[in-house]
Ligand binder design. Structure first.
Ligand SMILES: [Zn+2]
Length: 299
């Protein structure tokens, strides 16, 4: 009698499993794409829409993204959102993107390079990212605004965009699983997000405006294969979120750039060129930071 019961129970699980009810759904992936860390890019002219060099870099950008998408779809991913995250955020021509992916294009967007992220995603990928302002041997190193920002610190730690944005993903409990850019940017990603993140250095900078690139074919192959690897190890990665309260420190290039931001009651001008504020909520802090950077450009 007992044996029959056990057999019946296991039969039930077999039926349950064969209908796919016991399987975890394929992970939904979010991609943020910047341009300075794209293969082939070494100069500001290549990432500026008014330059004749821009159209070539724009093509390299979508090729890097499509290589990652190929790897993701081969790994069984069914849903991907690609957020164009550089300058006007209208760099990727919609018809050139892998048609299986959704594209978020244009600006401004409240969460900027991370607009559209939420807790339904299982992993975040940064493509074409660059190192923080003041990095040695890194293509076009800067933090959000090359014209205004000397450095950004969160809870005392100097942050590149990849750290600031990873914490937005962390707010929604989503880990960053992969990054591509130059070798120094990959190093900064591992230092901040942990050694478990997989990275692809598509180029190695010899200075701010020169780099040795991987052969194109090899770069695209690595981007696709690393995306597959990232999906395979997705459960071993932890979301990144510094602990609250969040102390944001914005160091600007010139003292005038701090003048308008200092008018906001919550914001302290702790040095002539430095604004500081504290928030309990990370997204609230990020939005105030963006507003202060925008004010710096008109101060
Ligand atoms: Zn950019």
């Amino acid at each position: 009698m007992r044996r029959i019961f056990v057999l019946t129970l296991s039969g039930f699980w077999l039926i349950f499993w064969s209908f796919g009810l016991g399987q975890t759904p394929p992970p939904k992936i979010y991609i943020s794409v910047d341009m300075e860390g794209i293969w082939g890019v070494v100069h500001g002219n290549q990432v500026s829409a008014d330059s004749p060099e821009y159209s070539a870099a724009r093509k390299w950008m979508v090729e890097d993204v499509n290589a990652v998408l190929r790897g993701l779809f081969e790994a069984g991913v069914k849903e991907v959102l690609v957020n164009d995250s550089h300058g006007s955020m209208r760099n990727i021509l919609a018809h050139e993107l892998d048609p299986r992916a959704a594209l978020l294009s244009g600006s401004p967007k409240p969460l900027s390079m991370m607009e559209g992220i939420d807790g339904s995603f299982k992993g975040v990928i940064f493509i074409g990212y660059h190192a923080r302002a003041g990095s040695l041997s890194s293509i076009l190193d800067h933090t959000i605004s090359g014209a205004s920002v000397y450095s950004i610190k969160i809870n005392g730690q100097e942050m590149p965009e990849l750290g600031i944005n990873a914490a937005i993903a962390g707010y929604f409990r989503v880990p960053v699983i992969m990054l591509s850019g130059d070798a120094e940017t990959c190093r900064q990603a591992r230092a901040i997000l942990g050694e478990n993140i997989v990275t692809v250095a598509v180029k190695e900078a010899t200075g701010r405006f020169a780099a040795k690139h991987l052969p194109r074919e090899l770069a695209l192959k690595r981007l696709a294969e690393t995306a597959k690897e990232a999906v395979a190890k997705i459960n071993s990665l932890q979301p990144f979120l510094p602990s609250a309260p969040y102390v944001f420190e914005l160091n600007l290039h010139n003292s005038n750039q701090a003048e308008l931001g200092a008018l906001i009651p919550q914001v302290k001008r702790v040095e002539p060129r430095t604004l500081q504020f504290q928030t309990k909520d990370y997204l609230e802090g990020f939005k105030l930071l963006r507003a202060l950077i925008a004010l710096a450009s008109v101060s």
